[in-house]
Design a protein. Structure first.
Ligand code: GAR
Length: 196
């Protein structure tokens, strides 16, 4: 069996998608291991969860550096110190620099709560309800310089029910996200397995 890919996760908040990835890696046959978690805010509840799993954590806040490029260079330095192969954004609510996206091209993925290319950006559940969509869902995609515009790796459709509110729809999509992200990471590793 080839060596497990070394995956780092970037978060900003509660980290439920991060937890789903950590749980998936507990299966000995899963092709990735989590090597560390980085947050852009020290208050992210997901940091404590990562620590409970004995994972290294780091915080890189924009305000601690001269600008976005310097912040992202510090993130890259931490990722390299962990010998990271793949970076998973999991509720990381800051737009990374173009330079960071280029540097990690094909090794940087994100989970987004909509069926891209529909509803890039924020308030995706509200917008799906306002559009009276019958089907909504989530996507895992490559990160490129343009927001939520990189090629989709996998999507998971979720029905919109007649009495859905933003909250009920968000909950149903979140459950789908937790199933989708570990599968999409495997798909990425299988796609890129032959690359150096
Ligand atoms: C998730 O729903 C994720 O798809 C979304 O933030 C939430 C994070 O939850 N991400 C975005 O909207 C990115 N554009 P989590 O911290 O519990 O994983």
């Amino acid at each position: 069996m080839s060596a497990k890919k070394r995956v780092a996760i970037l978060i900003s908040g509660r980290g439920s998608n991060m937890s789903a990835l950590i749980e998936a890696t507990k299966n000995p046959d899963y092709p990735a291991q989590i090597v560390g978690v980085i947050s852009n805010t020290p208050a992210a509840p997901g940091l404590a969860i990562a620590s409970r799993h004995n994972l290294p954590t780091a915080v890189h806040q924009l305000k601690s550096y001269a600008d976005k490029n310097a912040t992202d260079a510090a993130i890259t330095a931490t990722l390299k110190s962990w010998q990271t192969d793949i970076v998973c954004l999991a509720g990381f609510m800051r737009i990374l620099s173009d330079e960071f996206a280029h540097q990690w091209h094909n090794r940087l993925i994100n989970i987004h709560p909509s069926l891209l290319p529909r509803y890039k950006g924020l308030n995706t559940h509200r917008r799906a309800l306002e559009a009276k969509d019958k089907v909504h869902g989530c996507s895992v995609h490559h990160v490129v310089a343009e927001l939520d515009a990189g090629p989709v790796i996998l999507q998971h459709e979720v029905p919109v029910l007649p009495d859905d509110t933003e909250e009920t729809l968000e909950q149903r999509v979140l459950i789908a996200e937790h199933q989708l992200y570990p599968k999409a990471l495997v798909a990425l590793i299988e796609q890129t397995g032959s690359r150096p």
